[in-house]
Ligand binder design. Structure first.
Ligand code: 25A
Ligand code: L14
Length: 334
C-alpha cells in the first residue's frame, strides 16, 4: 500500500486520542491522517504529528481516498459507518464489539493470530481489552502445553469506559475525601474507594457481557473452541491499565520456571516476577507502556496441572489503540 491515507473515527475519545499518539510514536507511514467524531466535536482542532488538524463530523462521504480507517466510537457508530468505509475501499480496524463474533470478520491479536488478517473482507475487529492481554500471555504457554481450562478475575480500570468515567472517579475521590456525597452517573454505584462486579450488560446466564466476551473472543482468537473459560470482571478505582488473576489448567504439569522461560521469549510480553525483591507488575507501572506484564507465576495448589498468573497491561494501548495500529502496520506491509 503506497501513500497510506488514514481516517480515525472517534478521534476525540479516550482511544481515539491514543490512536493519534501511537501512530506518531511508531512513525506509521501515513501520507495523511483525517479525524472524525460526532457533531459535538466538529471544528475542534487536534495536534497530529505537530500539525493542527480539524475534527469533522463523520458522514457517509468521509471515507473517499481512505486506505485504513481506525474506529473507536462505540458499536452503533461502527455498525453504521464501517460497511460504508469498507465499500469505499478502506480497510476498517474496528475497536468496538459490533463485528467481533461475525464469522466473516477476523478478530486479531498480532502476537497470536496474525495469519487471520489476510482473510478480511474490508473489516478487521480489534478484541476486547481484557481478552487481548489474557491471550497474549496464554497463547505461548498453550502452544507448549495445550490449555484445557481458564478461570480469570479482572480488575479493570475506569478508562475502559471512556473520558466521562475517568472524570467520575477523580471527581468522586475528591468529594469523598471532603466528606461530601459521591453521586454516581456513569456507573450504577460509587466507584471511588469501591469495586463493582458489573461491566457491560448482564446476560440471561448470569454472566455480564464483558465476561462472556472473554469466553467467546478467546476461543476465536486462539482457534481453540474447546478451552473452558470462566471470567468475573470487576471495575476498580484505577485510571489506566487492567489487571487479571488467571488460573490455568494445562494438559500436563507446567513448572513455573518453564512458564517464565517461555514467556520471557514471547512477543509483547515482559516477565516481572521476583517475589524476593517484591517484583511484580501493577497498573501504575504498566500505564503508558506497550507490553503485557506477567508476574506472580506459581503452581496452582488446587490442581496438579495448574498455574496461577498475574497479568497487567495498559487497556488503552495494547487493549485498544496499539493493537489496532499493529494490525494496520501489517496491512501496510502487505
Ligand atoms: O459500544 P462500545 O464498543 O462498547 O463502545 C462505547 C464507548 O466505549 C469506548 C469509546 O469511548 C466508545 O465511545 N470504547 C470502545 N472500545 C473501547 C476500548 N477497547 C473503549 N474504550 C476503551 N477501550 P470514548 O473513550 O471514545 O469516550 C467515552 C465517553 O466520553 C465522552 N467524552 C469524550 N470526550 C469528552 C467526553 N466526556 C467529557 N469530556 C470530554 N472532553 C465520550 O463522548 C463518550 O461518551 P463522545 O461524544 O466524545 O463520544 C465518544 C467518541 O465517539 C465519537 N463519536 C460519537 N458519535 C460519533 C462519533 N464519531 C463519529 N461519528 C459519530 N456520529 C466521539 O467523537 C468520541 O470520539
Ligand atoms: O468491548 O467499560 O471493547 O471497560 C471495552 C471496555 C467494553 C466496555 C469493549 C469497559 C469495551 C469496557
Amino acid at each position: 500500500m503506497k501513500g497510506t491515507n488514514v481516517a480515525i473515527v472517534g478521534a476525540t475519545g479516550m482511544v481515539g486520542q491514543e490512536f493519534i499518539k501511537v501512530l506518531g510514536q511508531r512513525g506509521f507511514p501515513a501520507d495523511s491522517i483525517r479525524l472524525y467524531a460526532s457533531d459535538r466535536s466538529h471544528g475542534r482542532k487536534v495536534k497530529v504529528r505537530g500539525e493542527e488538524i480539524e475534527v469533522r463530523e463523520t458522514t457517509p462521504d468521509s471515507f473517499k481516498g481512505i486506505d485504513i480507517a481506525l474506529f473507536s466510537a462505540g458499536a452503533d457508530i461502527s455498525k453504521q459507518f464501517s460497511p460504508i468505509a469498507a465499500k469505499a475501499g478502506a480497510v476498517v480496524v474496528d475497536n468496538s464489539a459490533a463485528f467481533r463474533m461475525d464469522p466473516e470478520v477476523p478478530l486479531v491479536v498480532p502476537e497470536v493470530n496474525p495469519e487471520d488478517i489476510g482473510k478480511h473482507k474490508g473489516i478487521i475487529a480489534n478484541p476486547n481489552c481484557s481478552t487481548i492481554q489474557m491471550v497474549v500471555a496464554l497463547y505461548p504457554l498453550h502452544r507448549a502445553n495445550p490449555i484445557k481450562r481458564v478461570t480469570v478475575a479482572t480488575y479493570q480500570s475506569v478508562s475502559g469506559t471512556g473520558l466521562a468515567a475517568v472524570d467520575e472517579l477523580t471527581g468522586q475521590a475528591r468529594l469523598v475525601l471532603e466528606g461530601k456525597p459521591a453521586v454516581p452517573r456513569v456507573y450504577p454505584y460509587q466507584i471511588a474507594f469501591n469495586v463493582l462486579p458489573d461491566i457491560d450488560v448482564f446476560l440471561e446466564n448470569g454472566y455480564t457481557k464483558e465476561e462472556w466476551k472473554m469466553v467467546e473472543e478467546t476461543h476465536k482468537i486462539m482457534h481453540a473452541p474447546d478451552i473452558a473459560v470462566s471470567a468475573t470482571c470487576v471495575r476498580v478505582p484505577v485510571v489506566i491499565a487492567h489487571s487479571e488473576a488467571i488460573q490455568v489448567e494445562f494438559t500436563s504439569p507446567m513448572a513455573p520456571a518453564e512458564a517464565r522461560r517461555i514467556l520471557s521469549k514471547a512477543p509483547g510480553v515482559t516477565v516481572m516476577d521476583d517475589p524476593s525483591g517484591r517484583v511484580y507488575p501493577h497498573p501504575v507501572m504498566a500505564a503508558g507502556r506497550d507490553d503485557v506484564f506477567v508476574g506472580r507465576i506459581r503452581k496452582d495448589a488446587s490442581h496438579p496441572n495448574g498455574l496461577v498468573l498475574w497479568v497487567v497491561s495498559d487497556n488503552i494501548r495494547k487493549g485498544a489503540a496499539l493493537n489496532a495500529v499493529q494490525i494496520a502496520e501489517r496491512l501496510v506491509q502487505k
